[in-house]
Design a protein. Structure first.
Length: 334
């Protein structure tokens, strides 16, 4: 068995929350050996580590440090005094229940921003009925009977593709002049690498036309659990060597990246960004699904799904533009 003992690594946490890995092959104490030799205890140790990190994620400053001290004290004064598996099971279960605030298993996701808002609570139900393996960075979860509907888009006819693409390209304010990339983009549209659509969003009670362009992207790949930077760098380097045809084949399973812009030139360019678009009770929202990638403690965070729901609004005045503001944030509990 080659398993990280989360309880022991927590004991090694610094004041900044960094952790050192501890291999079961190096287990030294009786408690460590008991955990490593018993699959039930190993699972409890992992469950407790997950519960600890989830709770710690919402704490900052003094509260975070106090929580760290409390966990260290539990390890020293409670867990490490056990001499039997029965004792360890009992104290682990008690600690997990104490951290989670309930005996029943936690749902997949919990709200970290937007508690009490109807749209946030409604989308939480969608997330918690969706198996984690079905979540994609580029794709929607099952919205059936949820109150959410995917925004409908219509593909632009072939004879209008490049005309609309030029408009999209200029609105997005890409730095390279369109004429220099026109031939490549035309070839990619012919291949199906790029596809362009038109649709309508409801923003500030009004119907607003938008252009959507889709394409395969490395960002649609959900990295496996482990050292994020190792996986990400290797995948990025490999992605750059792939032909358009291979990238397109990849997208059949991973989905495609979707970029948007408004067709109203009076609104700020690049105003809509990217993501999955949905309608809910007359409002338009953008869904962003990712795995945390910016934390230093990659072993703690890699493989953890994070979901955010952004609401579109329109400011009034001479500088009228679409504003995308975060309405809901969700954290994956396991």
């Amino acid at each position: 068995m080659n398993k990280v003992i989360y309880g022991v690594t927590l004991l090694l946490l610094s004041s900044h929350g960094m952790a050192a890995g501890f291999d079961c092959q190096k287990a030294a104490t009786k408690v460590e050996k008991l955990i490593c030799s018993d699959s039930a205890l190993s699972q409890l140790d992992e469950d407790m580590g997950i519960a600890y990190r989830n709770k710690r994620a919402s704490l900052y400053g003094v509260k975070r440090q106090q929580y760290l001290v409390k966990q260290r004290n539990w390890l020293k004064q409670v867990r490490n005094k056990c001499q039997t598996s029965k004792c360890l099971i009992k104290v682990y279960q008690a600690r997990i229940w104490e951290i989670n605030g309930q005996k029943a298993p936690l749902p997949n996701f919990r709200i970290t921003k937007g508690q009490g808002y109807t749209v946030c609570e409604a989308f939480l139900k969608v997330l918690n009925r969706t198996p984690r393996e079905e979540l994609k960075s580029c794709g929607l979860p099952n919205l059936t009977d949820s109150g959410f509907e995917a925004v409908k888009f219509t593909e632009v006819p072939a004879d209008q593709t490049l005309k609309m693409d030029r408009k999209y390209y200029n609105l997005r304010n890409f730095k390279v002049p369109y004429e220099k990339v026109k031939a490549q983009r035309a070839n990619r549209y012919q291949l199906g690498f790029y596809r362009i659509y038109t649709g309508v969003l409801t923003i500030d009670g009004k119907q607003e036309p938008v252009i959507q362009v889709t394409q395969p992207s490395a960002s649609c790949y959900m990295l496996p659990k482990g050292d994020y930077f190792t996986y990400a760098n290797a995948f990025r380097d490999n992605w750059m060597t792939l032909s358009d045809e291979k990238k397109l084949a990849f997208a059949k399973n991973a989905g495609v990246f979707k970029g948007y812009t408004s067709t109203d030139v009076n609104l700020t360019k690049r105003s809509l960004g990217s993501g999955e678009l949905v309608q809910f009770r007359g409002g338009s929202y953008s869904i962003y699904i990712s795995r945390l990638r910016s934390k230093n403690t990659t072993n703690d965070w890699t493989g953890k799904n994070r979901v955010a729901l952004y609401e579109f609004d329109k400011k009034i005045g001479k500088k009228a533009h679409f504003e995308r503001k975060k309405r809901c944030d969700y954290w994956y509990n396991y």
